[in-house]
Each structure stands twice: as structure tokens, then as C-alpha cells.
Design a protein around this ligand. Sequence first.
Ligand code: IPM
Ligand code: MN
Length: 368
Amino acid sequence: MKRKVAVLPGDGIGKEVMEGTMKVLNAVADRFGHTFEFHKARIGGAAIDEDGQPLPDETLRICKESDAVLLGAVGGPQWENLPGHLRPERGLLGIRKELGLFANLRPVTAFDSLLDASPLKADRIKGVDMLIVRELTGGLYFGTPSERRKDGNEVVDTLHYTRSEIERIVDQGFEAAKKRRQKLTSVDKANVLESSRMWREIVEEKSKAYPEVEVEHMLVDAAAMKLVQHPAYFDVIVTENLFGDILSDEASMITGSLGMLPSASLRSDGYGMYEPVHGSAPDIAGKNLANPLAMILSGAMMLKYSFQMYEEADAIEKAVKEVLDAGYFTSDIAGRGANALSTDRMVKQVIFQLEEDNATAGIMEAYA
Ligand code: IPM
Ligand code: MN
């Protein structure tokens, strides 16, 4: 199969982890007989420098003409003092909004070989396998544009949702829970916010269509606590944009590093953008130190969600797990005193493992 992929490396380590991910995807393409055509485009600070704005029309055009989008990360100190509409993050928020990517899926899995890398006790995080479904194109991040303002000493941000915006993300939460362990935790702040009260009402309504899914409501502050106290408790969490942003960073510590967390941002028709949860990490950018696994695993999510290439996605996930089990770590997950691999070496190790698994599969077939 031939697939067109828009590649937006962005800034900082985004560029480094993207290079490696394209190599891994090409290795998968070779093994399974696919062709991925990569079309590079600029976003974030890189686009501000070249095109004078964080999300050039050309980039949007390339994304719309592609079957899926891979994005690295945006931002850096050199663009920090620009006005709000010109910041690199605007490019990211703009592309999510323009492409209608309202459903952000952030899986959080505890890898056995990384139990020591987490600041949480190993017995708490063992077996954690949750999915955070974050609303991505509404809520506090976007508000009502005409109401967002700063007048002297007064600032206004609004939290705005329409019923249908809540309905479609809640549906995604239920659909995901149905396919997993049938447990959905809807996170809100219904003791304070009107929007959360409507959110709860909609979850209740929708739950009738999913009798097999056990639903509960949890206040966001309680959820933040529960995430460190008993993370294995959760299966699927569905929540508002800002709550999901905060809780997913918190949950990343279960894996030990933000460098391990992939994500998919989807539209209802399956079109999607895939990006690591981590940012551009300016402090380690350009040093060949970044952990490429979150980006590589985001590539695997693309294969699964946009291209229905399940076996191919599994092959990547399996190789990553085996590489970690064999004791190969980048510095973010290596722990004190361990010998950490560079970004490039980690990529090579994943590709080597893919080829090794392929050869083993070949031998097994020959003997079958
Ligand atoms: C994320 C990031 C972004 C967000 C920033 C960079 C705008 O933190 O993808 O979680 O807040 O959504
Ligand atoms: Mn975030």
C-alpha cells in the first residue's frame, strides 16, 4: 500500500526524533511491502523564522493532501516573547483546530523494564494500561475568541463548549472503553463549572447506548490524586482539553518519562495527526540525546488508526518493548549511573530488533 504522510518536524528535538521515526517507518514499509511518501512542511518556530507565521498555508495544504500527519514538537526560548498569535504553540493549536482533530488519544502504559525509572513505587505502577481521551479543539484553550482579551489589569479566557462538541468526544471515550476493559472515568469539575455539569449530563445520556461500559464521574482534583495513588485503577479517562493536558503530563511519570508517551489526534473519519506528548526540549535539542520512542510509538499509532495496518503497528510496539527489555535506554529513562544511548543509537536498535523479529518470524514459518 502507498500512503502519503505529511511530516512536520517542528523545533528542537522534534527534528531529531522525526528523522529516526521516518527510518523506522521505512523499515516497516520494507518488511510489509508498503511505501510511505513523506512530505515535509514547517510549523512552529521553524515556520516563524522562514515564513513569518507559525502555521503557513502551504503546511496546511500539504497536510490536507496527505493521508495522515506526523508532528514532532514546537517551541523554544527564542520565540517566547512574541505576541500570543505569533507564538510557535499557536501553530500547533491552529493545525489541530483547522484539521478538526478533536479527539486526542494518549495511551499510558507501564513497561516492566522501566518500573524503576518512575518516581512512583513499582508496585503502584505495575500493570498500568490506561488511555486518556482528551478533547482537543475546544474548552479553555479556545474559548470564544471575541471574549479572550487583556485590558489593562483585566484578563479574560473563556471555557466554551457546544453540546455536540461534548457529545462527540464522549462518544470517543465510550468507543475506546468498549474495545478495552469497559471502564470509563469521565473527569470534570462539576461542583464548580457549568460546562462540567452539561458534560456529566451528556455522559449519562450516552451511557445508555453502552450498557457494557461501566461509567463513573470523577472531579479533576480527585483524579489528579488518584493517578499517583492508584494509577492501575484507570482504564479510559475522558476529559476536557485543559484537564486532559495536565493529567496526561502527570500520568507520563508512570512510564518514567514524557519521552515514552505517544498520541493520536483524530477526526471522526479516521484522519489523524500523530505526535509525542513531550515538547521540543530546548535544553537537550541538537545533542542527539532525545528519546525517540514517543515519536516512534506515535508512528505506530498512525499505522493503526489511520492506515489500519495493525500487524505493522504491533511489530513496532513489540520491537520497542524488546529493546527496553534488553536494557537499552536513552538518558531520560536510564536512571543514575547507567550507560545511556543516543537518539540515533536507539533508532538503530529498534530497526535492528524489527529486522531480528522479522528473521525469527521467517524461520518459524519455514519450520511450520
Ligand atoms: C500538549 C502540549 C500543547 C498543549 C502545548 C505545546 C500548546 O502541552 O500537546 O500537551 O498544551 O496542548
Ligand atoms: Mn501538554
